[in-house]
Design a protein around this ligand. Structure first.
Ligand SMILES: [Zn+2]
Length: 314
């Protein structure tokens, strides 16, 4: 294992990375081909670099593709300790978006719940401000809990949800084995140092027949391929990017017996789409301000932007 660190005197606390080389975090293979060189400007790394759904910055680590499972991953990548520090201090300004994302993902709950023996015990990993916990409660789940490592989204959670959120990184030791019917994990699996361990730990917490429901970016989606490295999925906070093949391989490797992969049709306000779009940097604030003032930005639009819903049953 080699280590290098990068930081600048201007880096806020928590943004000093130790970079470590690693095998494929999806399958453990050491057989990869280069995809893109690192493109990181340490000066531009602000507290928003690790916030959910912020303005894209087009920065990314050195990226390789696993020849075995099709996972695209950062190598070298920041180590676990650097990441925990970075996420603890990350900013949060995404309450609207998390509400809309929660509605989109909740549309899968009836079909998942139909496969479960009951709705007792649900855990949302990387819950942010807990928007999805409300959806779980509204769909009849009980004993609902969320974990979130960043302080800012937890602080902005509605009071009735705040008590359901643990402000901590996900640790399976905090939960009883085989105690849950559903584990959800949205737009989070790209961010964790060891996605296979997370899935294995989730598996251990689920009762037989229970489900893990993840949403992640699909790097092989049409939009991602059209935008190339200008796609917002290429981001310093994404340590791996999945395709249908690599997502399925991850869950099968973690022990799940049945894995369903769907294309998500996201429903978001127009100003959210505009924030993520590849409008040149100088023009984007003007465009966003126009949308805000006209009120046009508040209208919701549905589109398949290249997210995968991965539903795996134990
Ligand atoms: Zn692999």
């Amino acid at each position: 294992m080699t280590q290098e660190s990068f930081s600048t005197s201007e880096s806020p606390p928590g943004f000093q990375f130790e970079l470590v080389t690693r095998a494929c975090p999806g399958c453990g293979a050491n057989d990869s081909q280069p995809f893109a060189e690192a493109n990181i400007d340490p000066q531009a790394l602000g507290a928003f670099a690790f916030a959910s759904r912020k303005l894209p910055e087009y920065m990314h680590h050195a990226l390789v593709v696993c020849r075995n499972c099709d996972l695209l991953y950062a190598n070298p990548a920041p180590d676990r300790k650097s990441l925990e520090a970075a996420y603890h201090d990350a900013a949060f300004d995404a309450a609207d978006e998390s509400h809309y994302a929660g509605l989109t993902y909740a549309s899968y709950l009836p079909r998942i719940a139909a496969q479960l023996t009951d709705r007792k015990g649900a855990l949302d990993i990387g819950t942010g401000d807990g928007a999805f916990l409300l959806q779980l409660l509204q769909h009849g789940f009980t004993d609902v809990v969320g974990v979130e490592p960043s302080a800012a989204p937890v602080a902005s959670a509605k009071p009735e949800l705040r008590s359901l959120i643990r402000h901590a990184p996900f640790r399976s030791a905090d939960f009883a084995p085989e105690s849950l019917q559903l584990v959800t994990c949205f737009q989070t699996i790209e961010h964790v140092y060891d996605p296979l361990s997370l899935c294995r730990e989730a598996f251990a917490l689920l009762r037989p027949g229970a489900a893990l429901f993840m949403v992640c970016h699909n790097r092989r989606a049409l939009l991602a391929r059209a935008l190339g490295l200008k796609s917002p999925i290429f981001d310093v906070e994404h340590l791996q990017l999945f395709s249908p093949k690599s997502a399925r391989a991850l869950l099968v490797r973690a022990g799940f017996s049945r894995v369903d992969v769907h294309t998500v049709v996201n429903r978001y306000p127009i100003n959210y789409w505009a924030r993520l779009s590849p409008i040149p940097g100088a023009l984007k604030p003007t465009a966003l301000e126009l949308l805000r003032r006209s009120g046009l930005g508040c209208f919701a639009l549905s589109a398949p932007v290249g997210n995968l819903a991965v539903i795996a049953y134990k």
